[in-house]
Design a protein around this ligand. Structure first.
Ligand code: KG4
Ligand code: ZN
Length: 385
C-alpha cells in the first residue's frame, strides 16, 4: 500500500511516500523543510511566522517527495509536478494506469493550530481531487510509529526488497512500552496491540524537550536546546574532567508512579547558575549534569514500568530520542537488566518531526480500513492521546 504522509504540526513542513507491506515499511521519500534558522533569532517558534512558511513550502515539499519517490522506483509512478489535476489528464500516471497513491495520512494534532491547518487543508484538497481516502493521525502516534520504520533487521529488509512475497517478522512484540519524549510531551505508553494506547505516566509540567530548550536558553547556548546541550555535554567527556562539582536533583526518581516533573530541575539550574562566577567555562559541566539528570529519571522509570508490565519490547519516540547518551545508556541498561526485552530506537532521521512516521502510522490505520471522510478531518491543537 502506498501512502503519502503530510506533517505540519510545528515548524517543519514535511512530506513522505512509503510503501507498506505486512509489517514492513519502505520509505520511498522523506522530505523535511526545517524552519529552525528562521525561528532561532526569536529563541523559539513564532506561530504566525511558522504558518506563513508552511503555506510557501507545502506544495513544493509534496512535489519533491513525489519526484524523489519516482526516482526511487524508476518505472511507472505517481502524480508529478503540475499534475495535481484530474484523472482524465492523459499525461497523469493515475490515468495511464501507473502506480498510484492509495491514501493520504496527515497530522491533525496536537500542535500549533495555525501550522496544523495548512497540512490538513492541503491533504483534504488532494484527497478530494485524487479521490483517495484520508487518515487523520495523532502526532504522538506518528512518533511511536517511527519505530516500525526501523524495526526490521537488515537481512530481513534485504529479502523483503528483493522478493514481493517475502513475509517479514517484526521485532516489535506486544505488550510494548513506549517512552515518548518530545518538545511538547513526556509520556510512558503501554501498547498491547496496534492502535491501542494506555498512558501509564506523564509529566506534570514541562516536557523533557521543553526542559532542554529552557535550560539552553538560561545558559545562552541557542535553540533548539536539546542538541545544543548534548554538544556542550559531550565536551566534558572529551576534556576528561574527573571532579564533579555540579549536582542537580533527579525529580520524582523514587516516587512509585511513572510520572515525571522537570520544571523544578530547570529552577534548580537557574539558582545554581545565578551563583556561578565562572559560567562560561563551566557551561559544558552544567549541560552534562542537566542532561544526565533528565536521562536518569527517564531511564529509571522506563525500566521499572517495563518490569512491572512484563513488556516484550521497549521503544523510544519523539525528538529527545535523538539524544545519543539517552540511546546508548538505555541500550546498556536494557541489555543488563531486561535480557528478554528488545529495545527498538528509531533511526535519527525519524526521531524529530518528519512525515514518514505519519505515513507509517497512517498505513497501520489503513490496514484496518480506519479512514475518515475528508469533510470530517479537522485540525485540533489540543488533540488528546
Ligand atoms: O518531536 P520533536 O521534533 O517536536 C515535537 O513534537 O515537540 O521534538 C523536539 C524536541 C525539542 O525540544 C528539542 O530540543 C529536542 O526535541 N531534541 C533533543 C535532541 N534533538 C532534539 N533533545 C535532546 N537531545 C537531542 N539530541
Ligand atoms: Zn514531534
Amino acid at each position: 500500500m502506498i501512502i503519502l504522509g503530510i506533517e505540519t504540526s510545528c515548524d517543519e513542513t514535511a512530506a513522505s511516500i512509503i510503501d507498506g507491506r505486512g509489517n514492513n515499511i519502505k520509505v520511498l521519500s522523506n522530505v523535511v523543510s526545517s524552519q529552525i534558522e528562521i525561528h532561532q533569532k526569536y529563541g523559539g517558534v513564532v506561530p504566525e511566522v511558522a504558518a506563513r512558511e508552511h503555506i510557501l513550502n507545502i506544495l513544493p515539499v509534496i512535489n519533491d517527495a513525489l519526484e524523489k519517490a519516482n526516482a526511487e522506483n524508476s518505472n511507472n509512478f505517481f502524480c508529478q509536478k503540475n499534475q495535481l489535476t484530474n484523472k482524465k489528464n492523459p499525461s497523469n500516471p493515475l490515468y495511464q494506469g501507473g502506480k498510484k497513491i492509495d491514501a493520504i495520512a496527515v497530522t491533525i494534532g496536537p500542535g500549533l493550530i495555525t501550522s496544523l491547518i495548512i497540512g490538513t487543508e492541503t491533504a483534504k484538497t488532494l484527497a478530494y481531487q485524487w479521490k483517495i481516502p484520508i487518515i487523520g493521525v495523532n502526532h504522538i502516534e506518528g512518533h511511536i510509529y517511527a519505530n516500525w520504520i526501523s524495526s526490521i533487521n537488515k537481512i530481513e529488509s534485504q529479502k523483503f526488497i528483493k522478493s514481493k512475497s517475502y513475509k517479514v517478522k517484526s521485532q516489535i512484540k506486544f505488550p510494548a512500552l513506549v517512552l515518548t519524549v518530545s518538545g511538547g510531551h513526556t509520556m510512558l505508553i503501554l501498547m498491547k496491540k496496534h492502535g491501542q494506547y494506555q498512558t501509564i505516566g506523564e509529566t506534570f509540567d514541562d516536557a523533557a524537550g521543553e526542559a532542554f530548550d529552557k535550560a539552553a536558553q538560561l545558559l545562552g547556548i541557542g535553540y533548539p536546546g536539546g542538541p545544543a546541550i548534548a554538544i556542550e555535554a559531550a565536551r566534558v567527556k572529551s576534556q576528561k574532567l574527573k571532579t564533579k562539582s555540579i549536582c542537580l536533583p533527579r525529580p520524582m526518581l523514587n516516587k512509585k508512579n511513572f510520572d515525571f516533573s522537570f520544571s523544578g530541575l530547570k529552577t534548580a539550574l537557574l539558582y545554581a547558575i545565578q551563583k556561578e562566577k565562572n559560567l562560561k567555562e563551566k557551561t559544558p559541566e552544567y549541560c552534562e549534569e542537566f542532561q544526565q539528570a533528565v536521562i536518569d529519571v527517564l531511564i529509571t522509570k522506563t525500566i521499572k514500568a517495563a518490569q512491572k508490565l512484563n513488556c516484550k519490547t521497549i521503544m523510544l519516540s519523539g525528538g529527545v530520542s535523538a539524544n545519543k547518551e539517552l540511546r546508548s545508556q538505555l541500550d546498556v541498561i536494557v541489555k543488563t537488566k531486561l535480557i528478554d526485552t528488545k529495545l527498538i530506537i528509531p533511526e535519527l532521521e525519524y526521531c524529530t518531526d518528519n512525515a514518514a512516521m505519519i505515513a507509517t502510522a497512517g498505513y497501520f490505520h489503513a490496514k484496518r480500513k480506519d479512514f475518515t471522510p475528508w469533510q470530517k478531518i479537522k485540525a485540533n491543537c489540543n488533540k488528546d492521546f
